[in-house]
Write a protein that binds this ligand. Structure first.
Ligand code: MFK
Length: 549
């Protein structure tokens, strides 16, 4: 019998995640943790079962059937079994509801996103429609549209799976997903005054929802994003059939997230209700963007954690060159470097989740509100990129076997590539960071950051140096918009790493009081990479480097 290598085992995602448990310990009081624990336990148990169930099972994908046997257009979508379980889990464990309960300290979002973190990988991206539903609920609340809120919120936040509704976010058209100002879908009022939508939405993520928020241009309204209106639509009639005027033309053939039915839709008179006045649509949908970007951050963290858990476990089982991988200095250091970066990213991502709850509960002061607005795109863009790198490194850490589908690692890597793309690419979010800074005003963000640094914490001087350098660069670069934009990604990565180090330093200090020195070790390793990422070529150098003829 030849040698058979033992594969990685997934440890319990709650019991064996010290980073999550430490964060909850430090951020929630005993009563809040006790209330949350049953949901976390159940979702982590589900994740473990889902991993076991799927390891050697054939991969399933949604299937669109456009016509029935008699020639009737039906556009029926058969979902995967995991997706069929999504509504029951969402309602039972409050995956949407928990983010909207009133909490005087603003901790509701932290409690919600701890659930999301444990559910995400097992959910096969059922978290995508959940993110958009959460975004829709938040947008409707911000709009103050009382009738729509009354109708839709009890359904979006339902604790009963039979009454739960999901919502989509229909922005992207064939003109693209980043610059929506050229959107072509038209909104017209019929003779009765009913608004109806006409045109094509080209990336309708998770088309299974019962509702959606859509950008559309009222006829005759003119060009540009200010002329766009935001519309609420319902997709299903009472009998479950699609509403008249909505057709599913095709499901996308994607690199990853293949269980998620992303559709190309044709709108031909779908009834719609304006959310507020039918203009300034981008401004009206902005609350959605900040919510879905936070979901993206937390889901990217969940993917990193899964990859690290598998690579870490494998390193304890695999022997090569006379020792277990975990005892090999270079392999050990490689995994430790990745885990330290993950821990810093976790501190940032959950820090943003906590801030979101504080802002929504009205307990955040002006600097915290400013910091939250800046940190939301920063966390999304940095964790999106990091998830791809960590998934790739962890796959490599399992050698050739990691390249094989059965391990689940190839799917993690393919799926990870979506985090930096949807909900704003890295560069779009770097530019959004400039928007959030009002162009070049770092002062409120810097003030918030300085307030967070524990006295005498290691790395405070490094963060201070990085902040000063970023401030000076901003002042210099903002004299010329092209230079500012060219450096926006470098600036964003510097600020993201500064904020992550700061929040991890706080955790390290609090943990050290109880004798837990592990977060401090992660902080040292993270700081070892340096915080500054301010590095960009001059415009002339860019032209020279890119020249091919
Ligand atoms: C598992 C996790 C699941 C995650 C969910 C995945 C769902 C996937 C579905 C999709 O991917 S849908 C497509 C997602 N598309 C995007 O995220 C759009 C990317 N493009 C941008 O983010 C652009 O920056 C944007 C279209 C928002 C704006 O571009 P413009 O045309 O240059 O906008 P402009 O004129 O700067 O801003 C218009 C208004 O919106 C301004 O307010 P005022 O009208 O009051 O001046 C901005 O301040 C405001 N605004 C823009 N972004 C904002 C914002 N306000 C608050 N927060 C923001 N993030």
């Amino acid at each position: 019998m030849s040698f058979i290598q033992e594969g990685p085992q997934l440890a319990h995602p709650l019991h064996h995640d010290r980073v999550l448990r430490t964060w909850l310990q430090q951020n929630l009081d005993d009563a809040a943790r006790a209330a949350l624990l049953p949901d976390l336990q159940a979702l982590a148990d589900y994740a473990l079962q889902a991993y076991a169930r799927r390891q050697y099972a054939p991969r399933l994908e949604p299937v669109l059937t456009q016509w029935d046997a008699w020639g009737r257009r039906v556009d029926r979508i058969a979902l995967t079994p995991t997706w069929d379980e999504g509504a029951a889990l969402t309602a039972a464990h409050g995956l949407l509801w928990a983010g909207h309960v009133a909490d005087a300290r603003g901790l509701q979002r932290a409690a919600q996103f701890a659930r999301v973190y444990l559910y995400h990988v097992a959910s096969e991206f059922y978290t995508c429609p959940l993110a958009m539903t959460d975004g829709t609920a938040t947008t409707l609340k911000a709009s103050g549209a009382a009738a729509l809120m009354q109708r839709a919120l009890p359904r979006f936040l339902s604790r009963d799976a039979t009454t739960l509704w999901l919502s989509g976010q229909w922005m992207t058209e064939t003109i693209g997903g980043s610059d929506v100002s050229r959107s072509e879908v038209e909104a017209r009022q019929d003779a009765s005054g009913q608004w109806r939508l006409y045109g094509r939405k080209w990336f309708a993520s998770a088309i299974v929802g019962e509702a959606a928020l859509a950008l559309a241009r009222p006829s005759g309204a003119g060009a540009g994003n200010d002329a766009l209106g935001l519309f609420y639509v319902e997709t299903r009639a009472a009998d479950g059939a699609w509403q008249p005027g909505l057709r599913i033309q095709r499901l996308k053939d994607k690199l990853g997230t293949r269980e998620l039915p992303t559709a190309e839709t044709e709108l031909d008179g779908l009834a719609a209700t304006p959310v507020g006045e039918p203009k300034h649509g981008v401004r009206h949908i902005a609350p959605m963007l900040n919510i879905t970007r936070t979901w993206n951050t937390i889901c990217a963290l969940a993917a990193m954690r899964r990859a690290l858990a598998l690579a870490g476990d494998y390193a304890t089982r695999r022997e090569a060159f006379g020792a277990r991988l975990i005892d090999k200095p270079l392999h050990r250091d490689t995994l430790a470097g990745l885990a330290a970066e993950f821990e810093a990213a976790f501190a940032l991502g959950f820090g943003v989740a906590r801030l979101l709850g504080e802002v929504e509960s009205g307990v955040a002061d002006a600097d915290s509100q400013a910091a939250w607005r800046v940190l939301t795109p920063l966390a999304k863009l940095w964790t999106g990129k990091l998830a791809v790198r960590i998934a790739s490194e962890c796959l490599e850490a399992c050698g050739g076997a990691g390249y094989i589908e059965d391990t689940g690692l190839p799917q993690l890597l393919r799926d990870a590539q979506v985090y930096p793309i949807w909900e704003g690419t890295t560069n779009v979010l770097a530019l959004d960071t400039l928007r959030a800074l009002g162009g070049n005003d770092l002062a409120p963000f810097a003030a918030w950051l300085r307030r967070q640094w524990p006295a005498d914490a290691p790395g405070a001087a490094l963060a201070q140096t990085a902040l000063v350098a970023a401030t000076q660069w901003l002042q210099h670069a903002s004299r010329e918009r092209a230079q500012l934009e060219a450096g926006a990604r470098s600036l964003a990565l510097t600020l993201a790493r500064c904020a992550a180090a700061t929040l991890l330093a706080r955790q390290a200090q609090a943990a050290a009081v109880h004798g837990d020195l592990r977060p401090a070790a992660s902080l040292r390793r993270f700081l070892g990479h340096g915080l500054l990422r301010l590095n960009m070529a001059s415009d002339d150098d860019c032209a020279a480097i890119l020249a091919q003829d």
